[in-house]
Write a protein that binds this ligand. Structure first.
Ligand SMILES: [Fe+2]
Length: 189
């Protein structure tokens, strides 16, 4: 039995099964081989049957597409035009995404602690993601802090090894010193 919120079809479930198999071989295999499977899957006729995002207005939305107990999770996100997501990090395990349409700017950052819970953030790399481009976030290797900007309405599919409901955000500090403080935040849904 899958949860009733799940909006999957045969194509989605076929891809999901492959993600489950990859995950059984470890997180490394999961993020190395998962993105190509998702890129192929979204080109398959029928993949998007019944698979929709929730309309994003003021902030992003993330809809559950498929999840089975103790298995990976597929979510479909929509980003409104001219939306900036503050720097944040995921916790624990790596994940990947493939852009369906629109465009995302992703800035990878490094944090330097300058005082008790005050961090200086520096951009180390920035990437532009276009439709069918894949991206991975791997907290196991170095810094996984990133900020995201969507210049236009954008949709992206995300695959996580487990279902998490919080992230760690970097919020501009109250002092006018360009520093950030870390805060745990709740993910939507
Ligand atoms: Fe993220």
């Amino acid at each position: 039995m899958t949860p009733s919120r799940t909006a999957s079809n045969e194509c989605v479930r076929a891809a999901y099964e492959q993600f489950t198999e990859l995950l059984a071989q470890g997180d490394g295999t999961f993020i190395e081989e998962g993105p190509a499977i998702l890129q192929d899957a979204i080109e398959t006729d029928g993949f998007f049957d019944g698979v929709e995002t929730e309309r994003a207005e003021d902030t992003y939305t993330r809809r559950l597409i498929h999840h089975e107990p103790d298995g990976p999770v597929i979510r479909f996100m929509e980003w409104p035009p001219e939306y900036a997501l503050l720097p944040h990090e995921h916790h624990g395990r790596p994940c990947f995404e493939v852009l369906v349409d629109g465009q995302l700017f992703v800035a990878d950052m490094e944090a330097e602690i300058s005082a008790d819970n005050e961090y200086e953030l520096n951009v180390v790399e920035s990437t532009v993601c276009n439709p069918s481009d894949a991206g991975i976030v791997d907290p196991r290797t170095g810094s996984d802090i990133h900020a995201v900007y969507s210049p236009v309405r954008t949709r992206s599919l995300h695959v996580y090894p487990d279902d998490n409901h919080y992230g760690i955000g970097y919020v501009p500090s109250d002092e006018p010193n360009d520093l950030y403080r870390k805060e745990r935040f709740q993910l939507r849904e």
